[in-house]
Design a protein around this ligand. Structure first.
Ligand SMILES: CC(=O)N[C@H]1[C@@H](OP(=O)(O)OP(=O)(O)OC[C@H]2O[C@@H](n3ccc(=O)[nH]c3=O)[C@H](O)[C@@H]2O)O[C@H](CO)[C@@H](O)[C@@H]1O
Length: 371
């Protein structure tokens, strides 16, 4: 299979793309890949580590409100379509898959114009602008939650789950923890805030440091690259508690997740797919700064099923965070119930479902060409 994948901006769009490519590679060792992203998004550094050919186009997002910037974006979009067409003609993919974020708009649209089979993957329960736009043109729409089917044409839409849910399975998380210098046999709480980190969560963790320092569990705390230095200074000034391990970003998240007892995080769709695939209990602090407040909807869905406890950002402070962690971590019955509820929401074979769909599309397109 010759596959072009495009998606980016934040990790939530990039990791599903990489997980999907990994599954394609396992099924078809001769598969060839091209990733189309932007210079500015996180994809440049994340995909860069994976030895996958990477090309860029320039694009920014449309504003939801009327704005002169939208004219600039429209021109950029058309240029992006032209450049994408050139890249696609050179690479000659069997299929083009978009995993969300502005960048996949021109790429997938260009593929459609060239008559190449196209699929988009939607990670969220409420679709983003780019996928809404592309849904009119693409051949198939792979969704992660049954609830999002209503936003898309029925005949094209298939529930696959999020391929990243498959990628996090099968690791020895305790070994992952050891690699990072943590004790494998201690209770462990992982705290992170999406792929970029979040100041309010960092502030709450810093406030809670003196309380954490007295605990006999350990905390793996990921600040987000841009926040790391400032946070580390505070951490050091607070005496650098030995049971709190501070990192800017985890490139090996899939090797770590199954080794932790509780996750504290934002409620981005890809994080949720990972947590539920592994059946991890979570405290979710949804970002209030996202379109349609969709993270709160994601988080509430987990809370209603008993898989997570939600703390709204406006209610968050260090005391509350430490208290909620203790309440869950030291209540074995609650932990077990949360694990079960979380696992029941996961789709562990998502990547294979998506691969089967892509394979069928490629086969049927090549059948059409021959006949
Ligand atoms: C601010 C914003 O617009 N957030 C959106 C963004 O989330 P964002 O990309 O921040 O968050 P997600 O939870 O969806 O994904 C984060 C991904 O990054 C990984 N990770 C994170 C930290 C780290 O150190 N290492 C690491 O590998 C996580 O394991 C996960 O795979 O895209 C998601 C999917 O469309 C949306 O649901 C989110 O609302």
């Amino acid at each position: 299979m010759r596959l072009v994948v495009s998606g980016g901006g934040t990790g939530g769009h990039i990791y599903p793309a990489l997980a999907f490519m990994k599954t394609v590679r396992e099924a078809d060792p001769n598969a060839e890949f091209l990733y189309i992203g932007t210079e500015k998004g996180l994809e440049k550094s994340i995909v860069g580590k994976e030895n996958i050919p990477f090309e860029t186009i320039e694009i920014s997002g449309f504003k939801r409100k009327l704005s002169p910037d939208n004219v600039k974006t429209a021109i950029q979009f058309l240029r992006g379509v032209r450049r994408s067409k050139a890249l696609l003609k050179r690479f000659r993919p069997d299929i083009v898959v978009g995993t969300g974020g502005y960048v996949c708009g021109p790429v997938v649209y260009a593929a459609h114009r060239l008559g190449i089979p196209t699929m988009i993957h939607e990670q969220n329960s409420v679709p983003g602008l780019t996928n809404k736009f592309l849904s009119r043109y693409v051949d198939k729409i792979a969704i992660s939650f049954a609830q999002s089917a209503r936003y898309f044409p029925e005949e094209k839409t298939v529930l696959t789950g999020n391929p990243r849910a498959t990628e996090v399975l099968g690791f020895d998380g305790k070994k992952g923890l050891e690699k990072l210098g943590l004790a494998p046999d201690k209770k462990t709480v992982l705290i992170f805030a999406g792929s970029r980190g979040a100041r309010p969560i960092n502030e709450a963790v810093l406030q809670a440091l003196p309380r954490f320092a007295e605990k006999d569990y350990q905390i793996l705390y990921v600040t987000g690259e841009v926040h790391f230095e400032a946070v580390y200074q505070h951490y050091a000034a607070a005496g650098g508690p030995k049971n709190v391990f501070v990192k800017p970003f985890l490139h090996e998240m899939q090797e770590i997740l199954s080794g932790v007892d509780l996750v504290v995080s934002r409620a981005g769709a890809t994080t949720i797919a990972e947590i539920t695939s592994l059946g991890l209990p979570a405290i979710l602090i949804p970002s209030p700064y996202v379109t349609n407040n969709h993270q709160e909807k994601n988080a509430m869905m987990l809370q209603e099923k008993g898989a997570a406890r939600v703390i709204l950002e406006r209610e968050l402070d260090g005391g509350k965070l430490a208290e909620e962690i203790d309440k869950i971590l030291f209540d074995e019955n609650r932990l077990e119930e949360m694990k079960k509820a979380s696992k029941s929401l996961g789709i562990g074979d998502a990547a294979r479902r998506m691969y089967r769909l892509a394979e069928e599309m490629v086969r049927s397109a090549s059948g059409k060409k021959k006949s």
